[in-house]
Design a protein around this ligand. Structure first.
Ligand code: PEP
Ligand code: MG
Length: 581
C-alpha cells in the first residue's frame, strides 16, 4: 500500500500554533471569517485562487470497446507517468520541505495501489478519466476513514487525480497562477505540489477552507514564513481580486476591510515582530517586575535550540515525547542520559521536568494503557503510576541520576493531578530521590483546591491546554470546538487566578506552561494574576518577553481584573487589549 509517511509533528510547536483566538477584529464593519491560525503574521492583499480544476465527469464517455481497452490503459499509464515526471523535476529544482512535498506527491503518483485500481477499471471497460476518478475516490474514502494525519493526505490524492485527468484531456496542468503583484492565495485546500512552488515575495499569505495544522499547506506556509490560516468557514465565497486581511496570529480573515486600518494592522504586526526580535531578556515588566520567561522543550536538541533564545530556563520538559516511538521502557541509565542533555543545555538555569504524561493523545507503548472508551478522561498522566508504580519510580531515579551527572538540580512535576492526596504521594516519592516536587494544575478539581494541593508541594505549574479542555468539556484536538478551548475563556482564567492566588498566599511559585503563556497579551494578564513564570514554545519566547517589557505591572493587574469580569473569550481579549494596547 502507500509508502507514504505522515509528517512527524513537533508537538511543542504544533500546540503553540493551535492557540485559537476568536476575537472580533477591530475592522468589523466587514465580514470577519474565523479559522485555525497556523503561521503568525498579518498581510493585506488581493485574493488569487488556483486555476479551474478539470471536469472529472464520470459518465459522459460511456463504455470502452473491448479491443480499445489496452490502448486506453496505455494512455492512462503515459498520463500518470508524465504527471509523476513533472513533479519529480519540480522536486529536483526546489529545496527543503518544498522539495520533500513534491517528491512525496510524485511517489504517490506512481504508487501501485491506486494505479492498479485504475488499470483494473479500464480493463473492465471504464474510460481512463472515469477509472482515475473511481480509483482515487476509493482511496480517498479509505484515508478519510483512517482519520487524523491520513485524512489530511486526501488532498494529495485529489491533486494527483486532477493532474492526471488534465493530462488525459489535454488541458493545462491545474494549479496556482503566478500573480503580478503580492497576493493572498485562498483555496478550498491547496494541493501540496502547488504550495511547494510558491514564491513568498508574490504569495504573501495563505488561507484555506479545509486543512488542519499538520496539512501540507500548513507545513509549507511555515517553511515560507508567510501567515497562514486554515479551516476558514465561508472563505469559498470570497472571489479572486477581493482585498483581504489575513491575520495568522489570531486565525482571522477579514474580507474587504477599510484600507487604512488594514495597512496599519500589517505595519503594527511588523513592528511587533521587530520588537520581539530585539528582546534579549530577562523577563520583566516595563517597571521592573520580574516574571521568568521560560521555554517548553521535548528533548536535548529542542533544549539546545531554545538556549539560543533569551529563555531563562525550561518551564516544561515533556518527557513522554522522547519515547513516543519506543516499544519497551527505557532503562534508568538511558533515561538519565536523555534528561541530562536538557539539564546540560540549560546548565545553571531552572529546568522543570515533567514525569511521563502518557495516555490520551500521547500513548506510550510501554505504559500498558488499558483499552478505554474515553482516554482523555481515563488512565493518563500520574494515574498510570497507580497500576505501574515502577514506571514512575524508575523515572524519578533517572532524573536524580541526570541531576547528579549534570550538576543542575531540576524541579520535577507530575501531570494530571486531581487531588491533594495524589500530590502528596508524588511529592513524597520525588523528595525520597532528593528532588524538588511540584504538580501541574490541569484538572479543575486541582485548581479549586490548589491551597490544599500546595500543602504538599513546592510549586505549581498551570497547564492551560488541559485545564481548558476539562473546564469546558471540549476536546482540545477538535478544530470545531476551538472557541470553547480558547484559553481566554473566562471560566478557565478564573481557575488560573484561583490557583495563582493560592500560591501567593503561601509564597510558593506558580507558573503557566500551557499555550496561554505563548500569547503575549494573555501572558500580561497572567502576570497581572501574579504568576511567577511563563513557559512557552521557544518560538514564542521573544514575543512574550517583548510585550511584557512594554507594560507596567499595574496595567497587567488592571487587565487581569477586567478580563475576570467578562463573560466570553472575545470580550476578555477586547478588555485586555483596551488596557494593554
Ligand atoms: C497543558 O495541558 O497545558 C500542558 C502544558 O500539557 P500538555 O499540553 O503537554 O498536555
Ligand atoms: Mg496537559
Amino acid at each position: 500500500m502507500f509508502g507514504f509517511t505522515p509528517e512527524r509533528v513537533d508537538l511543542s510547536t504544533l500546540s503553540c500554533n493551535l492557540v485559537h483566538m476568536t476575537v472580533t477584529s477591530p475592522l468589523t464593519s466587514h465580514s470577519v471569517l474565523h479559522g485555525v491560525p497556523v503561521v503568525p503574521g498579518v498581510q493585506y492583499a488581493p485574493v488569487i485562487r488556483p486555476g479551474k480544476l478539470p471536469d472529472v465527469d464520470n459518465d459522459a464517455e460511456g463504455e470502452i470497446a473491448e479491443e480499445k481497452r489496452a490502448a486506453e490503459g496505455e494512455r492512462f499509464t503515459a498520463a500518470a507517468a508524465a504527471v509523476a515526471e513533472r513533479l519529480r523535476e519540480r522536486a529536483a529544482h526546489a529545496t527543503g520541505a518544498a522539495s520533500e512535498v513534491l517528491a512525496a506527491t510524485a511517489t504517490l503518483a506512481t504508487d501501485r495501489g491506486w494505479l492498479g485500481a485504475a488499470e483494473k477499471r479500464i480493463r473492465d471497460g471504464a474510460p481512463a478519466v472515469r477509472a482515475v476518478n473511481g480509483a482515487i475516490d476509493q482511496f480517498v474514502e479509505m484515508f478519510t476513514k483512517l482519520g487524523g494525519l491520513m485524512a489530511e493526505r486526501v488532498t494529495d490524492l485529489r491533486d494527483i487525480r486532477d493532474r492526471v485527468v488534465a493530462e488525459l484531456k489535454g488541458l493545462p496542468e491545474p494549479g496556482v497562477p503566478v500573480p503580478d503583484e503580492p497576493s493572498i492565495l485562498c483555496a478550498e485546500d491547496l494541493a501540496p505540489a502547488d504550495t511547494a512552488g510558491l514564491d513568498p515575495e508574490l504569495v504573501v499569505a495563505l488561507a484555506t477552507t479545509l486543512g488542519g495544522p499538520t496539512s501540507h499547506t500548513a507545513i509549507i506556509a511555515r517553511q515560507l514564513g508567510i501567515p497562514c490560516v486554515v479551516a476558514v468557514a465561508g472563505l469559498d465565497d470570497v472571489p479572486a481580486g477581493t482585498m483581504v486581511l489575513v491575520d495568522g496570529t489570531r486565525g482571522i480573515v477579514t474580507v474587504s476591510p477599510d484600507e487604512g486600518p488594514a495597512r496599519e494592522a500589517v505595519a503594527e504586526a511588523k513592528r511587533v515582530a521587530e520588537a520581539a526580535a530585539n528582546w534579549s531578556g530577562p523577563g520583566t515588566t516595563a517597571d521592573g517586575h520580574a516574571v521568568a520567561v521560560l521555554a517548553n522543550v521535548q528533548d536535548g536538541a529542542a533544549a539546545r535550540s531554545a538556549r539560543q533564545t533569551p529563555a531563562e530556563g525550561v518551564g516544561l520538559f515533556r518527557t513522554e515525547l522522547c519515547f513516543l516511538n519506543t516499544d519497551t521502557e527505557p532503562t534508568v541509565d538511558e533515561q538519565a542520559t536523555i534528561y541530562a542533555e536538557v539539564l546540560d543545555a540549560f546548565a545553571g538555569n531552572k529546568v522543570v521536568i515533567r514525569t511521563l504524561d502518557a495516555g490520551s493523545d500521547k500513548p506510550l507503548k510501554f505504559a500498558g494503557h488499558p483499552d478505554e472508551a474515553n482516554p482523555a478522561l481515563g488512565v493518563r498522566g500520574i494515574r498510570i503510576a497507580a497500576n505501574n508504580p515502577g514506571l514512575l519510580a524508575n523515572q524519578l531515579e533517572a532524573i536524580a541520576k541526570a541531576a547528579e551527572r549534570s550538576g543542575n538540580p531540576p524541579w520535577v512535576m507530575a501531570p494530571m493531578i486531581a487531588t491533594a492526596e495524589e500530590a502528596k504521594n508524588f511529592a513524597d516519592k520525588a523528595r525520597s530521590h532528593g528532588l524538588t516536587p511540584g504538580v501541574m494544575i490541569e484538572v479543575p478539581a486541582a485548581a479549586l483546591l490548589a491551597d490544599r494541593v500546595l500543602e504538599h508541594v513546592d510549586f505549581l505549574s498551570i497547564g492551560t491546554n488541559d485545564l481548558a479542555q476539562y473546564t469546558m468539556a471540549a476536546d482540545r484536538m477538535s478544530a470545531e470546538l476551538a472557541t470553547l478551548t480558547d484559553p481566554w475563556q473566562p471560566a478557565v482564567l478564573a481557575l488560573v487566578a484561583m490557583a495563582v492566588k493560592a500560591g501567593a498566599a503561601v509564597g510558593k511559585p506558580v507558573g503557566v506552561c500551557g499555550e496561554a503563556a505563548a500569547d503575549p497579551l494573555l501572558a500580561c494578564v497572567l502576570t497581572g494574576f501574579g504568576v511567577t513564570s511563563l513557559s512557552a514554545a521557544a518560538a514564542a519566547v521573544q514575543g512574550v518577553g517583548a510585550k511584557l517589557a512594554q507594560v507596567t505591572l499595574q496595567q497587567c493587574r488592571d487587565a487581569a481584573e477586567a478580563v475576570l469580569g467578562t463573560a466570553s473569550a472575545a470580550e476578555g481579549r477586547a478588555a485586555a487589549l483596551a488596557v494593554l494596547g
